[in-house]
Structures are given as structure tokens and as C-alpha cells.
Design a protein around this ligand. Sequence first.
Ligand SMILES: NC(=O)c1ccc[n+]([C@@H]2O[C@H](COP(=O)([O-])OP(=O)(O)OC[C@H]3O[C@@H](n4cnc5c(N)ncnc54)[C@H](OP(=O)(O)O)[C@@H]3O)[C@@H](O)[C@H]2O)c1
Length: 277
Amino acid sequence: MNRNQVLVLGGTGTTGRRINARLAARGITHRSASRTSEPRFDWNDSATWDAVIEGVRSVYLLPLDGEVLTRPFVKRAKELGVERVVLHSGRGVDVPGYMDLSAPAAQTHIDGEDAVRSSGLEWTILRPGWFAQNFSEGFFAEAVKAGEMRFPAGDGAATFVDVEDIADVAVAALTEDGHAGKTYELSGPRALSLNEVARILGKARGKRVVYTAITVAAFVAESVAQGWAEEDAKGFAEVFHPLRTGLDAHYSSGVEEALGRKPRTFEAFAESAARIL
Ligand SMILES: NC(=O)c1ccc[n+]([C@@H]2O[C@H](COP(=O)([O-])OP(=O)(O)OC[C@H]3O[C@@H](n4cnc5c(N)ncnc54)[C@H](OP(=O)(O)O)[C@@H]3O)[C@@H](O)[C@H]2O)c1
């Protein structure tokens, strides 16, 4: 048994893929786990948990949004000998007005943070803000490719964080000493409005992108016309609230604290993503 093994939950996802790649490049033994891995790991089926936890020293814990399963998972991990957990949470979980704190998605992170802090394990919490990669491989990518982003975000701005930085911080916390007991809030270096984002993405891909601010009601109506369920469209519109109101426009120093360097710029992200935009 290799007790230095790292377990990466959500290993096929946006952050997990990049963490796996870094661990592989460093020759660190690791196990990627999700519903499509072997052995299979399903948050909703606790009978699948032990097989991925056994033999592991450190866990990158990407929780299941909308569920409060981090606490029982951490308890089981500790029983099976895990020593260190790096929890992926989200910026804004302790900011009044950022989100509906009673909503299931908020509770995932609020209860999850409390669970790791009180676990008795070595813990590090990552609180990233909006991912830059939302524009290249996440829920804004189709709009960017189509050349127009029609969002209910007004003229709000955010300090979008590059997921490459999140992965660098996660790997440092998983594999190095000095990160235990730290909560790293992660952002990019400066706030950008969606007009600036559109200009930078357009320049990088060599094809114009525009941002059109629309009302929440118009966004919901357009999403429903595209086949969304009305409730889902309203939920998605709600996600823009922190962007619209400037709650995500501040700089957070987590990348510098964890890595001793500045976060990557949105321009650098856009250049590296240009071929898929
Ligand atoms: N996007 C943003 O701007 C942003 C900002 C701050 C925080 N966040 C947080 O980031 C998190 C998402 O991280 P991400 O982007 O790396 O993930 P992601 O790309 O959405 O991927 C989700 C991962 O979870 C796995 N998964 C899904 N359901 C599962 C289940 N029932 N059991 C086991 N594994 C399951 C998926 O793999 P399989 O399909 O193979 O199972 C996949 O590997 C969320 O908690 C979100 O709140 C996002």
C-alpha cells in the first residue's frame, strides 16, 4: 500500500483534470475518482466510497453541489487513515447578500467547510471566485463561440480566476507542508467588466465577441425559448447576482499567499484558450 497516494475527487472535471495532470507530471501516485472511474466513485452511493479512499494520504475534495455529503465523507476518510484534505469551496460563502445562504448549493460549501475545519485532519480550503474557464469550457463558452454574450450582469465586473492557478494551489496544498489551516480566497489580478472580457476574448480568437446586458426577465425568457426549464433559467439568472452587484470585483490574495507569485492574467488565459474559442 502506498500511503502517499493522493485522491482527486471530480478528477474528470475542470479543476480535477488539471490537478491530475500536475500530479502525474511530478510522478506523484494519485487516484482520480468520479462516476466514470475504476473503481467507480459516486457521491450518492456511499458503498462506493471506501474503495477510492483506501490507501490514500491526501484528498482533493470536490463536493457534490446541492448535497451536504462532505461531512460523512470526511469522517469515513479519517477512519480509513487519510491525513490531509484540500476542500474546494467557493468565494462568497461568508459574504452577506452574495447568495441565498439557505440554498442547497450554498449549504454544500458552508457545511463542507465546517466539516473539514472540525475534522481533526490537516485541512486547506480553496475559495475560488468566477473561473476564467467558464468562457472557454464552461457555461459561457457557447455564447463566446456564437460571438454574443447576452447576460443579466449589467456593467458589473469580476476578478475571474484562471483554473490553472486553482490547480497549482491545490497541488501545493496536497503535496507540500505549510498550507494546513489556511483558507485561500482565489481570484485573478484585476476586475474586468464583461465588455472588457468580450474585447479580450475577441482579440485572442481573432473574431469579434460582444456583450449585451439584458434584464433578468429577458434572460429567463430567452433561456426558456432555447429549451430551458423556467426554474433552471431563473436559477442560472441568480448566479449573475454577485457579478451584477460587484460582490466579486475585489482582489483576493490567495494565489500569492499559497504560491508566492501573482495570479495569471485574463489576457494570458484568453491567449492559451484561443484555439478552442
Ligand atoms: N465555475 C465557477 O465559476 C466556480 C466558481 C467558484 C466555485 N465553483 C465550484 O466549483 C465546483 C465545480 O468544480 P469543477 O468545475 O472542477 O467541476 P466540473 O467540471 O463541474 O466537474 C464535476 C466533476 O464531478 C464529477 N461528478 C459529478 N457528479 C458526481 C457524483 N454524483 N459522484 C461523483 N462524482 C461526480 C464529474 O465526473 P463524472 O461525470 O465522471 O462523474 C466531474 O469530474 C462546484 O462546487 C462549484 O460550486 C465554481
